[in-house]
Design a protein around this ligand. Structure first.
Ligand code: IMP
Length: 422
């Protein structure tokens, strides 16, 4: 398969978990390179549902090495409970999981600050997952963060954590929040550190060893292109580079070793949290929520829904260098008589064929739509391209063409066998 980066081409929740799971079959190593437990990848294996937040979904397949790279921020309490939950479901987690010693750690003060900043922002809030992601990456950039190597060394943990808690307690008090007890936080995190120590390693060296052995790596993106700290709809973004470039910095695998980029997008558009979503549409939101679809895997929040937006996905193709497209949730449109896809934006007299960088301008953009006849037939049982209704095929071809990449996969349901290779 060669080294493949998989990214979300929209605002996250594109159904990456399932596509990663399918592609993992052909990979030897799966690497998570950005984000934290703000992500939630849902994978169905038979009738069993797995929701993974930090651990690559490759863990559900035997003989795959899963790596949490240096670009990830790790809530160790969350990671321990994810490992334990997998054990309970009979999934072995041992030497098949390796965690970077330089990945930064998320502490309770990060979560508390995340929540407090949202309160302060009032109606301008970002709508974060409140997992402490922004403050943890903030500490990383400010060079005051603790890394996994610190977490698993009780002496270093005690010394560094004491300083960080003292400083953050002053901030929390000023914000009217309760200060944290160093003793309690240290006890809990030291315990998690002891549990995680066997997993912590130099993952950069490890990944280069696997490449020398000729093994293939799948880089599993979290969130989506428009939540990228640099390329997303700032400030309504997450705090990491979710785009393909993040796979290099977040793993230590250089750009010239990357062979292919797969972009995952839904056949329509969704977003959770605040921020512009030009094609947002109540009718399609009601339809999808009515079908029990589009509720977040991490927070359970109802996602905002809209028509497919090819201005956005075209931009995603450009920024990530997407070669191949996986289109998911096609079956979500099975009952729609006339399907719309946005082909440009209008802002006053100006027409945009690309995404404006200013979130305020984007929020004021009106979509220009092309219309497609719906297929009005269930697609969830289709196993091959030929078994899809001709109008569904026409729609898929059109959105791939508008996006500017090759159609590779169409997904018609959550199961592994509901994946059509085009
Ligand atoms: P944070 O990453 O928790 O700071 O949240 C920042 C923004 O990214 C919010 O709008 C979240 O809803 C969104 N976000 C973060 N993680 C995900 C995800 O995995 N899927 C979809 N949206 C996400």
């Amino acid at each position: 398969m060669a080294n493949t980066i998989l990214v979300g081409a929209q605002w996250g929740d594109e159904g990456k978990g399932k596509i990663i799971d399918v592609l993992t079959e052909q990979a030897d190593v799966v690497v998570r390179y950005a984000g934290g437990n703000n992500a939630g990848h849902t994978v169905w294996v038979g009738k069993q549902k797995y929701v993974l937040h930090l651990i690559p979904s490759g863990i559900l397949r035997q003989r795959k090495l899963c790596v949490i790279g240096n670009g990830v921020v790790i809530d160790p309490i969350g990671l321990v409970s994810e490992i334990r939950a997998l054990h309970k479901l009979g999934i072995k987690v041992g030497k098949n999981l390796v965690v970077s010693e330089t990945a930064h750690v998320v502490f309770p003060y990060h979560r508390e600050l995340d929540a407090q900043r949202e309160v302060l922002k009032g109606k301008n809030k970002i709508g974060t997952t409140k997992r402490g992601i922004g403050p943890a990456y903030g500490d990383k950039a400010a060079r005051v963060g603790l890394r996994m190597a610190d977490l698993v060394d009780p002496v270093r943990l005690q010394e560094k954590l004491a300083r960080r808690i003292a400083e953050n307690n002053e901030v929390l008090k000023a914000l009217g929040a309760k200060p944290l007890s160093f003793k309690a936080v240290f006890a809990e995190y030291n315990e998690a550190g002891k549990f995680l120590k066997p997993f912590v390693e130099n993952t950069v060296v490890l990944l280069h060893q696997t490449m020398r052995r000729g093994e293939d790596i799948l880089f599993e993106g979290a969130q989506g292109t428009f939540l990228d700290i640099d390329h997303g709809t700032y400030p309504f973004v997450t705090s990491s580079n979710t785009t393909a470039g993040g796979a290099c910095t977040g793993s230590g695998v250089p750009p010239h070793r990357m062979d292919r980029v797969v972009g995952v997008m839904k056949a329509y558009t969704t977003r959770v949290g605040e921020g512009p979503l030009p094609t947002e549409n109540q009718e399609i939101s009601d339809l999808l929520h009515g079908m029990g679809r589009e509720f977040g895997a991490t927070t359970g929040r109802a996602r905002r829904c809209g028509w497919f937006d090819s201005v956005a996905t075209r931009h995603a193709t450009m920024v990530n260098g997407i070669d191949d497209l996986a289109v998911t949730n096609l079956d979500g449109l099975d009952t729609v008589a006339t399907i719309k896809a946005c082909v440009a934006y209008r802002h006053g007299k100006k027409r945009y064929d690309y995404m404006p960088n200013d979130a305020e301008v984007l929020a004021a953009c009106e979509p220009v739509y092309a219309e497609f006849e719906g297929w009005l037939t269930p697609t969830h049982q289709a196993k091959t391209w030929k078994q899809l209704p001709p109008k569904a095929r026409a729609y898929l071809k059109a959105i791939a063409e508008l996006t500017g990449a090759k159609l590779f996969i169409a997904s018609v349901g959550p199961g592994r066998d509901q994946t059509i290779f085009v």
